[in-house]
Each structure stands twice: as C-alpha cells, then as structure tokens.
Design a protein around this ligand. Structure first.
Ligand SMILES: *Cc1c(COP(=O)(O)O)cnc(C)c1O
Length: 347
C-alpha cells in the first residue's frame, strides 16, 4: 500500500475496547442522562431547524452565546464536535507536541497521526508535575496539560501553571490547559489565558454536562490561536443537531451543578471506603473518576467484570502498574463496585 504517508504505518488504534456490563464505569461519562424536559426541548428545536441546510460555518450564534456567558471574545472561541477534534487540529498545527507521561492518550495519538514531532516529560513523585524538567523541555510548540490530570485525577498547583504560562510566552509556544474535568474540581483557568495569548483552554460537554453522545467541546484562546484552529478544521464542522442541543443546555445549565454535586459526593465516599481495602489503594481525585492501584490489574479487572462492573485498565501506562480507572457513577453503581472490590479480598 503506497497511498498513505509512511508515518501512519503501524499506528495503533485508540486504546478502547467495548465490553458489555450492567455497571458501566469505564469511560468517565456522566451517569445521568440529560433531564427529560431538556431533551424534549432539544427535540423540539431539532424538529424546527431545516435539515437540508448547512449549519453556520463556525457556529457563530453559539460562539456569541458562549462569549456572553464566559465573558470571552467571540473571535477567541472555537466550537467542535468534541474536544478530541480540537486536540487533533492543534496537533496538526503544532511545530511540536509536548506531553506529560502518563497523560490523556489522545495527545500522543493525535501528534502521531499529524506527523508532528512529539516528546513527553514524566510526572514526578506522587503524580506531581516535574516543573523543572517541564520548563526546560518547553522550548516552543504546543504543551498539552490536562488539569485536573487524566488518568491520575490529580490537580496541579496554580503556581506551576503560572510558571508554564510565562514560559510559553517566553519561548513563543502555546500552553493548552485541558479543563475536561474542571467542574469536578471547581477550577477555572480563564484568568491564565485572558492576559496571555500563549495560553488556551479546552473544555468539553462530554463530562459534567452529560452530553458524551452529542459530541461537543470548545477552545478558549486568543483570536490568533482560535483563528488557526478554525482554519485547520473543516468548515461547518459543528453539526446543526449538536448546535441545537447546545443551545438548550446553555440556556438551562442548572442541572450540571446537581450532576457535579452527586458525582463528587460519591467520589469522596468511595475514596474513603477504599482506604480500608486490604490490598487496593485509591489515589485522591478532583475528577469524576478514581485511579486505583491493585496488586494485579488483569485479575482485578476480570474479577470486577465477573461481578458485572466494567472499569478501565491503566496498567500499560508508565508508572501505572496495577492501576484501574473507575468512573464515578450513581450511588447504587458505586455500591456494586465496592461490593465487588471488597469481594476480591475474600475470594
Ligand atoms: C474526556 C476528555 C476529553 C473530552 O473529549 P471530547 O472529545 O470532548 O469528548 C478531553 N480531554 C480529556 C483529558 C478527557 O479526559
């Protein structure tokens, strides 16, 4: 086959394998569907829009709405069907991608697909940022920094991000803070990007907004950065039906607070209860998932699955031997997880 670029040979697929289980805690989704009344409202809008017409070229109306809600210039906003696509666009545009190790696997995958030079700086002790190494490694290009971090759940200190933002300015690079889990941490890094065009933020509707199936995310950055990302993406990239759903949730965002409240309450409960586990060790998390170290990830995963609980293995990532990632679900789902988790100790 000579149709494709040589660097795409041997590309491994995104590490996700679909499995069926009654308790699904493997994709960091919200355990709550969009409230019924909002779904009805969205269906009404879908009926009203003409399906034969293209949507707006770069979701202008929604950007206007987000601009007002977030006090952010419309020209500095890019909407896309999922922040994964924004990560791909940034990776295509980047001179180099700088990553953490371990980190959200899509950054490395996107850089590889884009054929963009890629380096990763290992995390320090206890999943901390090795700020010294990171500052030295950041010599331009795009640094992807999920905060809170995936897959560890750790929140990095504001001071470290300030230093990286300054460094980005110094070297003419771009610090991209991926805020996919920000609602569960109560953080908001707009202050860092507002005065510094070398910082951009990524946000998603897939987690706290409970819209993983709808596919939507956005970038907040300087008009220059946003302009490049918009041009890398194809025109009309945000489907009209996604736009219609987003309109409804942006007009009625109240449910998000309830999702976050319940998920955070369950997260803290499960963390506390797991501290009593004889062999498993949970890490503190500011996200909607818990990273759990077990003596044997394969065995722990299989045992949970045999009890109807599906989680995600993380043990193939550097520094994460034995680790599983458990999405925080509803109370009864977490009861099932805990029963299965403690069952293993006596099996
Ligand atoms: C879940 C997640 C996203 C969201 O991606 P979408 O394409 O918007 O669903 C982005 N970044 C990180 C680190 C995530 O964990």
């Amino acid at each position: 086959m000579r149709a494709f670029k040589a660097h795409l040979r041997g590309l491994s697929p995104y590490p996700y394998k679909k499995e069926e289980a009654p308790v699904k805690l493997d994709q960091n989704e919200s355990p709550f569907d969009l409230p019924g009344a909002l779904k009805e409202e969205a269906l009404g809008r879908l009926r009203a829009i003409p399906w034969n017409r293209y949507p707006e070229i770069h979701a202008e109306s929604l950007r206007k709405r987000l601009s007002a809600l977030l006090d952010w210039p419309e020209e500095g906003i890019v909407l896309a069907p999922g922040s994964n696509l924004l990560i791909l666009a940034l990776s295509l545009a980047a001179e180099e991608v700088l990553d953490l190790r371990p980190s959200f696997p899509h950054y490395a995958h996107a850089a590889k697909v884009a054929g963009t030079p890629y380096r990763a700086v290992p995390l320090g002790e206890g999943f901390s940022l090795d700020l010294k190494a990171l500052l030295a490694a950041f010599r331009g290009g795009v640094l992807f920094l999920p905060n809170p971090h995936a897959p560890t759940g750790a929140l990095f200190p504001e001071e470290a991000l300030r230093a990286l933002a300054e460094r980005a300015k110094e070297v003419g690079g771009l610090l991209v803070v991926d805020e996919a889990y920000r609602e569960f941490a109560g953080t908001d890094f707009r202050f860092l990007a507002r005065e510094n065009p070398h910082v951009a933020l990524l946000r998603t509707f897939s987690k706290a907004f409970s819209l993983g199936g709808v596919r939507a995310g956005y970038l907040l950055g300087s008009p220059e950065v946003a302009g490049v990302v918009r041009e890398v993406l194809p025109p009309f990239v945000l489907p009209a039906h996604t736009g219609a759903v987003l309109e409804v949730v942006l007009e009625n965002p109240g449910y998000v607070e309830k999702v976050v409240e319940e998920v955070v309450a369950q997260r803290e409960r499960v963390y506390r209860e797991l501290l009593a586990h004889p062999t498993w060790r949970p890490y503190p998390s500011r996200t909607n998932f818990l990273l759990v170290r077990t003596p044997d990830a394969e065995e722990a995963f299989r045992h949970l699955l045999s009890q109807g609980v599906l989680v995600r293995r993380q043990d193939r990532y550097p520094g994460l031997a034995g680790c599983l990632r458990v999405t925080v679900g509803r109370r009864e789902e977490m009861d099932a997880f805990l029963r299965a988790a403690f069952g293993v100790a006596y099996a």
